[in-house]
Design a protein around this ligand. Structure first.
Ligand SMILES: NC(=O)c1ccc[n+]([C@@H]2O[C@H](COP(=O)([O-])OP(=O)(O)OC[C@H]3O[C@@H](n4cnc5c(N)ncnc54)[C@H](OP(=O)(O)O)[C@@H]3O)[C@@H](O)[C@H]2O)c1
Length: 345
């Protein structure tokens, strides 16, 4: 566990080092992404921030806040619905045309909602796109800019360490869909895809974090989405019990944002190729253990819990690593993207 005192010491050291960074935030119009963007704006000298969101109008106050926090920040808002792969490509083309490198790609879009499978015009379940297919498309498209950075990090806030069994014949949950199952499939594919990409991009650190219960309003949205007869108890829980649970058991977005900045900047998470890019570790905090270690060297992929401690592997992961499931997942992902782009053309 990394305690908040050490997180704050590390973030203060980053601020004192007067770094300038270029960061892309997908899903930072609220919640953990927004809180992290604010901390990064505060702690860096003249950052360039790309914030992607669905509504420029509702992002105005967010951009004003960021400009107040750091008047030297170069703020770019890209208005886009990123559950569509073609929109991800357009947004990435804009970033690729303007920047020579990207230091951090921070992704936290979406959330779990109950109800059925909602298919986009590209044939992908919207929730699964936000959790997996679109996130990985951002990573894939921005790899040249990440590779050009001295300290590149890809950070996904979802459910690292909660990987589950996959049905390789139904990775898109077309045959057997439930909200919980789709959430698990996105989580597992995300970790496996990070491990595949780390093999060919050893200078990038890949972090998949489960944030724990953060009081961003996401839990309320989940309960609001429960359909049918269960909607009544779900609404009761939402209005009577959730406020009490939130009071005692949740983290604030503010603290989650401090942890987000730590993930982006601390030397605790080295990539495969390099030992110490990032802020020197506070006393007592150790380098994290990668998901795969070969001949004493980590692969630079980390699955983390809410306290930024490394998660233990779930029972499925060792087998998936030895039987090549990651490669199958990645090939299937490329095929889903091709199909999606084909439909949009
Ligand atoms: N909060 C928790 O307790 C918790 C626990 C476990 C896992 N997680 C996961 O962590 C991630 C971040 O959680 P959070 O609580 O920070 O979420 P949040 O506050 O609900 O923020 C989600 C972000 O995703 C964006 N988004 C949603 N649909 C989009 C779309 N179609 N196109 C573009 N942007 C879209 C939202 O933008 P708009 O403003 O456009 O809606 C918002 O910026 C989520 O994936 C969540 O499932 C959260």
């Amino acid at each position: 566990m990394v305690n908040i005192k050490d997180i704050r010491a590390s973030n203060a050291a980053f601020k004192a080092s007067k770094h300038s960074v270029i960061a892309v935030f997908v899903g930072a119009t609220s919640g953990i992404g927004l809180a992290t963007a604010k901390h990064l704006a505060d702690a860096s000298v003249d950052p360039t921030l790309y914030i992607l969101g669905r509504s420029r109008a509702s992002a105005t106050s967010i951009l004003d806040d960021l400009a107040r926090i750091n008047p030297h920040a170069k703020l770019n808002f890209i208005e886009t619905e990123i559950s569509l792969i073609k929109n991800v490509d357009t947004a990435c083309d804009e970033i690729l045309s303007k920047e020579k490198k990207v230091d951090f790609l921070f992704m936290s879009p979406g959330g779990v909602t109950f109800g059925g499978r909602v298919e986009s015009s590209e044939g992908i379940d919207v929730g699964l796109a936000l959790r997996y297919y679109s996130r990985l498309r951002f990573v894939h498209n921005l790899l040249p800019l990440l590779d050009a950075s001295a300290t590149p990090r890809v950070i996904a806030i979802l459910a690292g360490g909660k990987e589950r069994e996959l049905d390789l014949n139904d990775l898109e949950c077309k045959v057997n869909f439930s909200a919980i199952r789709a959430a698990g499939v996105g989580t597992t594919q995300l970790t496996l895809a990070f491990e595949e990409l780390a093999k060919t991009h050893p200078s990038i650190a890949f972090i998949h974090k489960y944030p724990g219960f953060v009081n961003t309003g996401a839990a309320g949205k989940i309960l609001d989405s429960v359909p049918g007869i269960l909607a009544i108890p779900a609404r009761l829980v939402r209005w009577l019990i959730l406020p009490i649970i939130s009071l005692f058991f949740s983290t604030t977005p503010e603290v989650a944002g401090e942890r987000g900045l730590f993930l982006a900047t601390s030397a605790r998470f080295p990539p495969n190729k390099s030992d110490t890019p990032g802020v020197t570790l506070p006393n007592g905090v150790k380098t994290a253990e990668s998901t795969i270690i070969t001949e004493g060297r980590g692969n630079g992929v980390y699955t983390l819990d809410e306290n930024d401690e490394v998660s233990l592997d779930t029972s499925v992961m060792p087998g998936y690593r030895s039987d090549g499931t990651g490669k199958i997942v990645w090939q299937e992902t490329l095929a889903v993207w091709d199909r999606a782009i084909g439909r949009s053309a």
